[in-house]
Design a protein around this ligand. Structure first.
Ligand SMILES: O=C(O)C(=O)C[C@]1(C(=O)O)C=C[C@@H](O)C=C1
Length: 305
């Protein structure tokens, strides 16, 4: 049975996302195994100890999960084969019997604290905040008496024997987090109705190098869905760019754009092509590119232009 690592301990949003991905991909049964951090989950896939990992990548309120981006850009390459999105609302959990007046410390994953900042400032204005590695790690801290309240996924209350001080808390309505299912490189999932491709590029420090990268997409009608920069650790002032765009590596126009990046950039890391979880996206049209490639092949083989 495949073993899938996720950001643990049990009861995180990432565990919920992993279950949703398994149901969506109809891969049948798999063992879900918690990992201490996103980096540990990805390293367990690299070493072969786990077959895949489910990791958070982006939240509609707080933006990118930078620990995931860095862990995907460094180390031996891994590729995403699927994505899913979860609506994110939090429960504020306490030990049974704790009242609002008793809460002096609130703890959670930094992304979770950021998504309820306003609620905390109104309802628990005097409480100090402390970061944990995940929302469930916060539940464990409250259960063990290391903090008074935890900002958690609703699953956590029952799993850790905690009470709900406030339920369904979110400063921004309809917040969502996107998660990836990541494996060691292998066959790319076939193109679907609407795919997303993700790469990391190092352009090099020269005038117009990023504009050139963006141009390669624009020229071929490839729609970018996200661009983010992250510092390259150990080289102050140097960055790599994470680019997500509509389309699949097997499509001619996407393949041409990627090949162009490979020619111009210092480094290009392919992080996967997979079906999009958001509605309404399209992979862009490939017809003109395929027709042109056939025309060229015809000329090369001595046919009529
Ligand atoms: O701590 C968790 O429960 C997670 O799954 C991580 C995470 C994140 O990285 O953003 C996932 C969804 C929420 O946005 C808050 C935390």
């Amino acid at each position: 049975m495949p073993r899938i690592a996720y950001l643990g301990p049990e009861g995180t949003f990432t565990e919920q996302a992993a279950r949703q991905l398994l149901a969506d991909t109809t891969e049948g049964h798999a063992d879900l195994v918690p990992a201490e951090s996103v980096a540990a989950a990805l390293d367990a896939v690299r070493s072969g100890e786990r077959d895949a990992a489910c990791v958070p990548i982006e939240n509609s309120v707080e933006g990118s999960v930078t620990s995931t981006m860095d862990a995907l850009a460094d180390g031996t390459p891994l590729v995403a084969v699927a994505e899913t999105m979860l609506p994110v609302r939090f429960d504020i959990l306490v030990r049974p019997g704790t009242t609002v007046e008793d809460v002096r410390t609130v703890t959670s994953h930094p992304h979770a604290l950021a998504q309820v900042r306003r609620w905390l400032s109104v309802n628990l204005p005097d409480a100090a905040h402390a970061a944990t590695t995940s929302t469930s790690a916060a539940a464990v801290a409250v259960r063990d008496g290391q903090a008074d309240a935890a900002v958690c996924a609703p699953l956590a209350a029952e799993r850790y024997g905690l009470s709900v001080l406030a339920g369904q808390v979110a400063d921004v309505e309809d917040a969502v987090t996107r998660f990836l299912l990541v494996r060691r490189p292998g066959a790319v999932p076939p193109p679907s109705r609407a795919d997303r491709t993700t790469v990391v590029v190092v352009t090099g420090d020269s005038v117009g190098s990023l504009a050139r990268v963006l141009n390669e997409f624009a020229l071929r009608g490839v729609n970018l869905t996200r661009i983010e920069s992250r510092p390259i650790k150990g080289s102050f002032g140097e960055y790599r760019f994470f680019l997500d765009f509509a389309g699949h590596v097997n499509q001619a126009h996407v393949g041409e754009a990627l090949a162009a990046l490979r020619r111009h950039c210092q480094d290009v890391r392919f992080l996967g092509s997979f079906p999009r979880a958001d509605e309404g996206g399209s992979s862009g049209s490939d017809e003109a590119f395929t027709a042109a490639a056939e025309w060229l092949a015809g000329i090369r083989s001595g046919g009529r232009a």
